[in-house]
Design a binder for this molecule. Structure first.
Ligand code: ATP
Ligand code: MG
Length: 381
């Protein structure tokens, strides 16, 4: 599998720094993924060079100080690359080894140098072979140092399908995640929920991780069957009230849009999807959300929603009105009838739409305008 062929941008960064007399290596997830035959999604680097030296050597490239407190810069080339200065103090011996010793799990504690090749001081390759997540160093100490690692262990179980080494697993039982920032939990949680092996990982989730993210305990494996992130999140949170979902997702630093979509789905999670109601659903929410709702119902009840989805497609194909946009009259048509512009126009249009959706009116201008007259009059009073 080796040598690794990183994208061109990474090669440029590594070559420049190494030819300037520093040491620069690829580290972490990209080495793990390459060894597993998976395509890495990012190519992180570590270097003996200080951030100032990196900036000088890579002068002319766009460089962002994305984590300067931790010595991390992001270099924008063919894609963004993160490069972090070795955590060990300058001039100390074995800085790469010390940097790797600070990393969480053996499978994430390997580095690759373009000339000298792989550094694997903690048996990461062996653990990849055996499909094991094992702390670097003493698990108890490492989890105490940064309790987020407990959630990361479950996250890697979920994304890689590995099991957790016995000593690491027993240390998980005494971790406390209280001091960890919600934002850090949120980003691991997202990865966890998206994992291919999430269902199995959840059945084994250690107590302290459940205490930090109680919603995990309400999840059934079926609830994670969807490919769609919003569906998974809605399945995850559906037992909570809309307000609690809002609060939890804000604490976990999810985006506004993801939160709104999740709240909308979760608040309809208990409603059966009846084929005859397809148009009504279309009047309530975007079609993408309705398809997600069907996936959510399947995830939660195990019942396929084929009949409803078929009705939804025919409703879309039929040209039948289901939204104000598809109604055959608009606000300006009503104004042309002599109505005053203002919010009541919206009310009248909505009532016309309701009548069209329930089949009491055809979606035709004449019929709609005729029906609008008394409504406009009634609302004007
Ligand atoms: P992914 O492929 O999902 O990005 P990753 O292993 O690259 O997985 P990141 O969160 O991107 O995970 O972290 C990059 C690397 O930094 C890890 O591989 C690991 O070596 C180290 N690392 C990240 N978080 C921690 C932590 N909390 N404690 C120790 N080392 C960590
Ligand atoms: Mg990464």
């Amino acid at each position: 599998m080796f040598p690794i062929m990183p994208p061109e941008g990474a090669q440029i960064i590594l070559n420049r720094l190494n030819s300037a007399g520093h040491e620069a290596v690829l580290v972490g997830g990209c080495i793990r993924d390459t060894l597993m035959g998976l395509p890495p999604h990012d190519w992180d680097m570590a270097s003996s060079a200080s951030p100032e030296a990196v900036k000088m050597i890579l002068e002319g490239f766009r460089i962002l100080e994305t984590g300067i407190k931790h010595g991390t810069l992001t270099i924008l080339l063919d894609r963004p690359y993160e490069i972090t200065t070795y955590r060990a103090p300058e001039n100390s011996a074995c800085r790469l080894f010390k940097d790797l010793a600070c990393r969480d799990f053996t499978i994430n504690a390997m580095a690759y140098h373009p000339n000298s090749g792989l550094t694997d001081p903690f048996g990461g390759q062996k653990d990849i072979q055996a499909r094991i997540i094992r702390c670097v160093g003493s698990p108890k100490d490492r989890f105490a140092e940064d309790p987020l690692r407990a959630l990361r262990a479950v996250r890697f179980q979920s994304t890689l399908g590995f099991s957790i080494a016995p000593e690491t697993r027993s240390a998980l039982d005494t971790v406390c995640l209280d001091p960890v920032a919600g934002e850090r939990i949120g980003s691991e949680l997202r990865a966890l929920l998206a994992g291919k092996y999430a269902a199995r990982a959840l059945t084994e989730t250690p107590e302290p991780v459940l205490a930090a993210v109680p919603e995990l305990s309400t999840l059934t494996p079926d609830a994670l069957s969807s490919e769609d992130e919003v569906v998974r999140l809605a399945a995850f949170f559906h037992m909570l009230s809309p307000q609690s979902i809002e609060k939890a997702m804000r604490r976990l630093a999810f985006s506004r849009e993801l939160t709104d979509c999740t709240v909308q789905l979760a608040s309809h999670a208990d409603e059966p999807l009846v084929p005859a109601d397809a148009l009504r659903w279309l009047s309530k929410m975007p079609v993408r959300q309705i398809r997600r709702l069907a996936a959510l119902r399947f995830a939660l009840t195990g019942q396929r929603q084929d009949a409803f989805l078929k009705a939804l497609e025919s409703a879309l194909d039929s040209g039948h009105a289901y939204s104000l946009k598809t109604l055959a009259v608009s606000g300006s048509d009503l104004i042309a009838l002599g109505a005053e512009p203002g919010p009541k126009l919206g009310l009248v249009l909505t009532r016309l739409l309701d009548a069209v959706i329930s089949g009491n009116l055809p979606n035709e201008p004449d019929a709609l305008l005729k029906a609008a007259q008394p409504l406009l009059f009634e609302h004007a009073r």
